[in-house]
Design a protein around this ligand. Sequence first.
Ligand code: ZN
Length: 203
Amino acid sequence: MKLICIGRNYTDHIKELENEKPTDPVVFLKPDTAILLKKQPFFIPDFSDDVHHEVEILVKINKVGKHIQKKFASKYYDQIGLGIDFTARDLQRQLKEKGLPWEKAKAFDGAAVIGDWLDKTRFPDVDNLNFSLRKNETLVQQGNTSHMLWKIDEIIEYVSKYFTLKIGDIIFTGTPAGVGKVVANDKLVGCIENTQMFSITVK
Ligand code: ZN
């Protein structure tokens, strides 16, 4: 399985990193080895002094598809989750400056937190979901999927032009503003609406 990630999908986050607003979605992949194992702490890798949390709504693909049209996209997932796209921001900055791929900064072991899954039928509208991240009980990130530049169905249409989507693939849909550094002993708790989706400790 693969993790397909969308970058720069919320205007407020684009501004905070002083990035340009993209004309197409920014897409990158993480391998399955990036998934943080359940109940394990996240270990800050020794090659970075500036690992950031990026809380993101996740979508789990339940059907094989290629060139999926937006109007059919909702048939390709029935579960919504929440996760963290951990990013070694210092390394990513160096790679960006040189125009190099981001994998070393984003696809390292443990860099993908995947929380619990919820049936999408539980929500009246997946394009109007509130989600949040608390760090040591302080609210640090808060988003609503209505603020995505590319909504879930549009993301599925776009990425399936390039990659065949397979059962179990997971899409990370981008992060809202409030990304920030994690340090040892931080506790990160993510919620969709009022439901806790994950809780992890940083080491
Ligand atoms: Zn991200």
